[in-house]
Write a protein that binds this ligand. Structure first.
Ligand code: FNR
Ligand code: 8K6
Length: 347
C-alpha cells in the first residue's frame, strides 16, 4: 500500500533521493540564544536521516526576519558552524538535508531584534500576537523601499551560500504561510503601486528575484521553493491572488528548480478561487517535480503519488512523534500519534 514511496527519485543530475518521503519543515524554537543549532538538534535530525530528504525547520536569513523565539539563523559564523554539525550528522547516516530560508516580514517582532523596522510589502499589519508570547502584538510594518528590497535579495542569496558552506544539500525558499515572500504575492498584504505591486507580474517580481539570485549563487539543482497560493495562515483571502500564482508558477517552472512544495496544513481544504485543493491547483499550472503535504498518511500519500497528484510526499507532525517514521512505515510498525504537547521536547 505504501510501495510507491520506497523507490528512489531523481530530482536532477545533482540529487537523487533514496525514497519519496520528505520530512516537512518544522519550527521547533530550540536553537540557543545566539540562534545557533545545538547538539540536541543535530541528534534530532540525525535520527530522521532515513527520509529521502529532510527540509530543516525555517531558518532566518538575518536578524529582522525573526518572529518566534529561538528560531535558528544562517547569518553568523557560529550559526553556520552549528548547522555544519547537523548536516555532518545527517550525512553520516546517509541522509540528505535542505535548509529552509525564512524571513517572516510583517510577522516579525522587534522584541527579537532589539527594535528596528518590521518590513513587509506594504504597511498592512497582520492581526494578533506572537504565539506563546501573547504580550507581543504584531506591529504595522514599514513598506520595503526599493533599496530595502535590493538588500533583502542580497541577504537571501548570502544565506543560501552560507547554507551550502554549512554542508546543506540545497535550500528551500520559504515562500509560503504568509511570511515575507508570500506577503508580496497576496493582495491582502501587497498594496504597492510601484513595480512590485498591482499586477501578477509585479507582485511576483520579488519572489522571482530571490529565486534568481539564489540560483545564480548555488545552482537551480539545489534550489527549491514552497508557496501557498491559498491564503490560510497570517493572510486574508482575495480571489485576485489566483492570477498572481497563474503567472508565478509557470515562471518558476522555467527555472528548473529541484522541486515545488505546497504550503498547507490540510490538503483536503478546497479553495474556490483555485478550483480545488492546493496540490490539485499546483499540479494544473506547474510542470516540474511537485511535493504534496498536509494531513496525509503514508497510505493516502502513496495513493496520491500513484494517482499522479504529486511526485513526493512531505510528512510533518507524524515525524515529530516518530523519529523512525520511515522504518515504521516500511516495516509496518505502529505509529505514535502526534500531540501538541510533544513540541516541548526533541525526541
Ligand atoms: C509547521 N509547518 C511549517 N512550515 C514551514 O514551511 N516552515 C516551518 O518552519 C514550519 N513549522 C511548523 C511547525 C509545526 C510545529 C507544525 C505543526 C507545522 C508546516 C508543516 O511543514 C506542514 O506543512 C504541516 O504540518 C502539514 O503537514 P502534516 O503535519 O499534516 O504532515
Ligand atoms: C512557520 C511556522 C511557525 C511556527 C510556529 C508553530 C506553529 C504551530 C502550528 C500548530 C498547528 C496549527 C495549525 C494551524 C494552521 C492554520 C490552519 C487554518
Amino acid at each position: 500500500m505504501t510501495a510507491s514511496l520506497f523507490t528512489p527519485y531523481k530530482l536532477n543530475d545533482t540529487l537523487t533521493l533514496s525514497n519519496k518521503i520528505l520530512m516537512a519543515p518544522l519550527t521547533r524554537c530550540m536553537a540557543d540564544d545566539d540562534l545557533v543549532p545545538t547538539q540536541a538538534i543535530a541528534d534530532y535530525y540525525a535520527r530522521r536521516a532515513e527520509a529521502g530528504l529532510i527540509i530543516s525547520e525555517a531558518t532566518i536569513i538575518r536578524p529582522d526576519a525573526q518572529g518566534y523565539p529561538n528560531t535558528p539563523g544562517l547569518f553568523t559564523p557560529a550559526q553556520i558552524d552549528g548547522w555544519r554539525v547537523v548536516t555532518d550528522a545527517v550525512h553520516k547516516n546517509d541522509g540528505k538535508i535542505f535548509a529552509q530560508l525564512w524571513h517572516t516580514g510583517r510577522v516579525a517582532h522587534p522584541h527579537f531584534f532589539d527594535g528596528g523596522d518590521v518590513l513587509s510589502a506594504s504597511a498592512q499589519a497582520v492581526e494578533g500576537t506572537v504565539p506563546r508570547m501573547r504580550e507581543l502584538v504584531y506591529q504595522t510594518p514599514k513598506a520595503a523601499t526599493l533599496d530595502d528590497i535590493k538588500q533583502l535579495v542580497v541577504d537571501y542569496a548570502q544565506a543560501a551560500a552560507n547554507a551550502i558552506d554549512a554542508g546543506f544539500d540545497g535550500v528551500e525558499i520559504h515562500g509560503a504561510n504568509g511570511y515575507l515572500i508570500d506577503q508580496f504575492l497576496h493582495h491582502d498584504s501587497n498594496r504597492r503601486e510601484d513595480e512590485y505591486g498591482q499586477t501578477p507580474e509585479n507582485m511576483s517580481r520579488f519572489a522571482l528575484e530571490v529565486v534568481d539570485a539564489i540560483v545564480a549563487r548555488i545552482g537551480a539543482d539545489r534550489t527549491a521553493i514552497r508557496v501557498s497560493p491559498g491564503a490560510y495562515f497570517n493572510m486574508a483571502t482575495d480571489p485576485r491572488d489566483r492570477d498572481v500564482f497563474d503567472y508565478l508558477l509557470p515562471e518558476l517552472a522555467k527555472r528548473n528548480l529541484a522541486f515545488l512544495h505546497g504550503g498547507i496544513f490540510d490538503d483536503s481544504m478546497q479553495f474556490d478561487y483555485l478550483g480545488g485543493s492546493i496540490s490539485t491547483y499546483l499540479r494544473s499550472v506547474y510542470t516540474g517535480t511537485l511535493v504534496g503535504v498536509g494531513s496525509y498518511t503514508a497510505e493516502t500519500g502513496s495513493a496520491a503519488i500513484t494517482d499522479n497528484k504529486f511526485d513526493l510526499l512531505a510528512i510533518g507532525r507524524p515525524f515529530i512523534a516518530n523519529p523512525d517514521y520511515v522504518a515504521k512505515v516500511r516495516d509496518g510498525g505502529e505509529l505514535v500519534a502526534y500531540a501538541d504537547t510533544m513540541l516541548t521536547e526533541l525526541i
